[in-house]
Design a protein around this ligand. Structure first.
Ligand code: C5P
Length: 238
């Protein structure tokens, strides 16, 4: 295996991750923190070992997706909390795929959480803390130059394929994939899947009990947050 490039200055600190430049301009190191925020950082806390779980789980899911032909920014995991990734030009559109009604969809449309959708629904949100990530339609992204029609077509296809792969994998582990958020970026003229895939960015419910095994335990003060993250890791590693 090639030696990891040298870690240089931190150039971005988000709610859950820090990003470092490296001696290779095409690569960055993502450092996964234990900090947890919700409701656009109006609620803050820490979840012990969360960074370790999210790093490891993202590695596992990115490897699975790459194996299924979905190109991602993942290069390799470096240690407990650090991952080597390709440096993307992030497309400022958060892509949410939903299989069941939950969270903001339940609230916005007055539907019951847990209602099964007849087909997976892809939603777009404009990535803007100042505006609380508003729901948008594809034409907004095109009109304001956030993504081209072709990139959006690719994103839509990649998001639905990701859903199929993750859903199948999780179903075998007795987990329902309720919904999840993806981010994409450009690298070398290609659209790659970026960010992370973990209990911070997905809703995972136990198939039998509907117990929540994701960040909703933190958002809704349900307790047992650390245990839920560990249990999810145990199941995806099994
Ligand atoms: O809150 P909402 O129901 O729109 O979230 C849908 C899915 O996207 C959830 O799995 C949530 O964890 C994820 N999400 C995220 N980051 C955001 C908004 C939503 O990871 N900024």
């Amino acid at each position: 295996m090639e030696a990891a490039p040298e870690k240089l200055e931190m150039f971005y600190e988000g709610k859950a991750k820090k990003l470092y430049a490296t001696s290779d301009p095409d690569l960055v190191i993502a450092y996964f923190k234990d900090d947890a925020t919700a409701f656009n950082a109006k609620k803050r806390g820490t979840v012990e070992h969360k960074g370790i779980v999210n790093n490891r789980m993202s590695e596992l899911f990115f490897n699975l997706l790459e194996h299924e032909g979905i190109a991602t920014h993942f290069v390799r995991r470096l240690n407990d909390r650090e991952m080597l990734c390709k440096r993307l030009k992030i497309i400022p559109v958060e892509v949410v795929v939903r299989n069941l009604v939950a969270g903001s969809m339940a609230k916005r449309l007055g539907r019951t959480e847990g209602e099964v959708l007849p087909f997976p629904i892809v939603e777009y949100y404009y990535k803007s803390d100042a505006l609380d990530d508003p729901l948008i339609i594809a034409e907004h992204a095109i009109a304001f130059g956030w993504a081209t029609p072709d990139q959006l077509r690719q994103i839509n296809e990649l998001a639905l394929r990701t859903n199929d792969v993750l859903r199948g994998f999780l179903d075998q582990r007795n987990i329902m994939l309720v919904d999840f958020k993806l981010e994409f970026g450009r690298f070398d003229g290609q659209v790659l899947l970026g960010d992370e895939i973990c209990p911070d960015t997905c809703r995972f419910w136990d198939k039998d009990t509907h117990e929540k095994l994701d960040k909703d335990r933190f958002r809704r003060d349900l307790g047992g947050v650390e245990d839920a993250y560990q249990e999810m890791l145990r199941r995806v590693e099994s």
